[in-house]
Design a protein around this ligand. Structure first.
Ligand SMILES: [Zn+2]
Length: 254
C-alpha cells in the first residue's frame, strides 16, 4: 500500500470528481493521502474532505498567500478540531516578488512557532530560498524542535544532505518520473529510504507523459515505480518503507 503525502484534493478537477479520484486511488493501492491547504479559503474545504477516512488534513498558509490575514488562533483551533496531521503547506518562495520576502518570513516563523508548540510536523514549500530556509530551521529555537518534510524535492544530493542533517524527510513526486530530471533523480537514488516520502502534488505538477491537471493521487504508484527503478530495489520495498515513513512522521495509525 501507498500514501500520497501531498495532494490538493480541494482543487479542480480533483474536487468535482472526489469519489472517482478516491476509488482510483484505492484501486492503485493508495490507502491514504495527506491534503495540505494553501490559502485561508481552502481550510474549510480541507476540513470537509477530511470526513473521508482516507484523507488526512494539513492546515497552514502557503507563502504565495502570506499577504492574507493569518489568524494564528483560528489556525490553532482548526488544526485541533480537524485532527490535522501537519501544518502545511508553509515555507518561502523567493521566485515570486509578492508577497515580499519579509512578509513571507514573518508568516513562516509564526507557523513554525505554532508547530513547535503543538508538536506537529510541517510540510515545507521552498523555491529560490533554500539558504534562508535552512538558516531559519537551524536556529536554536527551531533546530530539534521542528520535524517535517520538504515537499516536491527536485534539487541535488548536497542540498538533500542539509535537510537530512536537520532531521527532515524529503518528498519526491512527478519530477523523478522524468528521464531528464537528472538532478532530482540523483537525490532520489541516494537519499536513505527511511527518509523518503512519496507525493503527487496533484493537480499542480505533471508526470512523465501526464499533464498536471490529469495527475491524481493514484499516480503516486508511478512515482514509487520510478524510485524502485532508480534505486534498483523492488516496488514493494519502496512502498513498505515510504508508507512506514509517512505513518511515523504524520502519526497516521491505520
Ligand atoms: Zn502543494
Amino acid at each position: 500500500m501507498l500514501i500520497d503525502t501531498h495532494c490538493h484534493l480541494f482543487m479542480d478537477p480533483l474536487y468535482s470528481n472526489v469519489e472517482g479520484v478516491l476509488t482510483r486511488a484505492l484501486q492503485n493501492g493508495v490507502r491514504g493521502m495527506v491534503v495540505p491547504s494553501v490559502e485561508v479559503g481552502s481550510w474549510e474545504k480541507v476540513r470537509e474532505l477530511a470526513d473521508n477516512k482516507m484523507v488526512f488534513p494539513a492546515l497552514g498558509l502557503h507563502p504565495w498567500y502570506a499577504d492574507e490575514k493569518l489568524d494564528i488562533g483560528m489556525l490553532e483551533k482548526l488544526l485541533i478540531e480537524t485532527d490535522s496531521v501537519a501544518i502545511g503547506e508553509i515555507g518561502l518562495d523567493f521566485k515570486i516578488e509578492n508577497p515580499i520576502k519579509t512578509v513571507q518570513i514573518t508568516v513562516f516563523r509564526t507557523q513554525l512557532d505554532l508547530a513547535a508548540e503543538l508538536d506537529l510536523p510541517v510540510i515545507l514549500h521552498c523555491r529560490g530560498a533554500f539558504d534562508e530556509m535552512l538558516s531559519i530551521l537551524s536556529e536554536k529555537e527551531y533546530d530539534g524542535r521542528i520535524k517535517g518534510v520538504i515537499h516536491a524535492f527536485t534539487r541535488g544530493p548536497q542540498l538533500a544532505k542539509r535537510f537530512l542533517e536537520l532531521g527532515f524527510y524529503l518528498a519526491f513526486g512527478g519530477g523523478v518520473t522524468r528521464p531528464r530530471a537528472k538532478r532530482a533523480r540523483k537525490s532520489a537514488a541516494n537519499v536513505p529510504l527511511n527518509r523518503i516520502l512519496l507525493e503527487t502534488d496533484a493537480p499542480s505538477i505533471g508526470m512523465d507523459g501526464i499533464e498536471p491537471e490529469r495527475v491524481e493521487p493514484a499516480d503516486v504508484a508511478k512515482v514509487a515505480k520510478s524510485l524502485a527503478l532508480l534505486r534498483g530495489v523492488s516496488f514493494e520495498e519502496v512502498a513498505v518503507n515510504t508508507t512506514s515513513n509517512a505513518r511515523k512522521l504524520f502519526g497516521i495509525a491505520q
